[in-house]
Design a protein around this ligand. Structure first.
Ligand code: CA
Length: 240
């Protein structure tokens, strides 16, 4: 028997049984793992720059799911200079998007722009490689509807081939028109079904961690910098 290893698998199963079938980047909920900024207390869910201001939503503001979303307000004459940055809630500033199993970043946005109407959104991606300093901005193909929740996405293939999806630093959102914007449920997803996503992740990681094969497991963990929290989205893990 290998009680230690079985114990780890048991913890994985417990964590996975309560999860969705996508990998959560940030949902702005209390105690979701988001670390505090150095020297401060409380999670740092995001920040704003260039004249914009950002904060968690209050009680009477739009929330897509859970208790909180992220709100930021962009002043007049700040197009593409002001915006808001969002860290991931786990593996913060060094997160593996697991590109073998996922192909897009998705998010929900509720827009109240000064110029009413549907507008596209720019997401700027930063990695720990060639796009560490300046990032690379990509516009959504879809548009955020006026004053209602919209689900938008950026496909990995819209970025250059040398972007390092296994070592992502952070993302930023830019809205062209001044106004107030709410973001929630930022996720790393695929076009496949939750079942296929689960199978892919099990193939990539969990099966490699079978107790009879601990060396392979260790190699996978070191290569991808995984933690147990990665398995939160392995819904209905069947056990091995
Ligand atoms: Ca939320």
């Amino acid at each position: 028997m290998y009680p230690g290893r079985w114990g780890i698998l048991f913890v994985i199963m417990l964590l996975a049984s309560r999860a969705d079938a996508v990998m959560i980047y940030q949902n702005f909920e209390p105690d979701n793992g988001t670390p505090a900024k150095t020297g401060q207390t409380g999670p740092e869910y995001g920040w704003a720059f260039g004249g914009a201001s950002g904060r968690l939503t209050g009680d009477d503001e739009p929330v897509h799911s859970g208790q909180r979303a992220w709100a930021y307000t962009l002043p007049l004459d700040e197009p593409l200079q002001g915006g808001t940055g969002i860290p991931s809630q786990t593996q913060t500033y060094h997160i593996n998007f697991v590109p073998e199993c996922h192909d897009r970043l998705t998010f929900w946005i509720w827009s109240a722009p000064s110029r009413p109407g549907p507008h596209t959104v720019m997401v700027k991606f930063f990695d720990q490689g060639n796009y560490k300093r300046d990032g690379i901005g990509i516009w959504t193909e879809g548009k955020a509807a006026d004053r209602q929740w919209s689900h938008l996405e950026i496909l990995f293939r819209q970025l250059p081939d040398d972007f390092d999806w296994e070592r992502v630093d952070k993302i930023e959102f830019y809205n062209y028109w001044d106004g107030t914007y709410y973001y929630d449920d930022i996720e790393i997803a695929s076009s496949f079904s939750p079942q296929k996503d689960k199978e892919c992740l099990q193939r990539e990681y969990v099966l490699a961690c079978h107790p009879e094969n601990p060396e392979v497991c260790r190699t996978v963990y070191e290569r991808h910098g995984l933690t147990l929290l990665n398995y939160l989205y392995l819904n209905e893990y069947g056990g091995q």
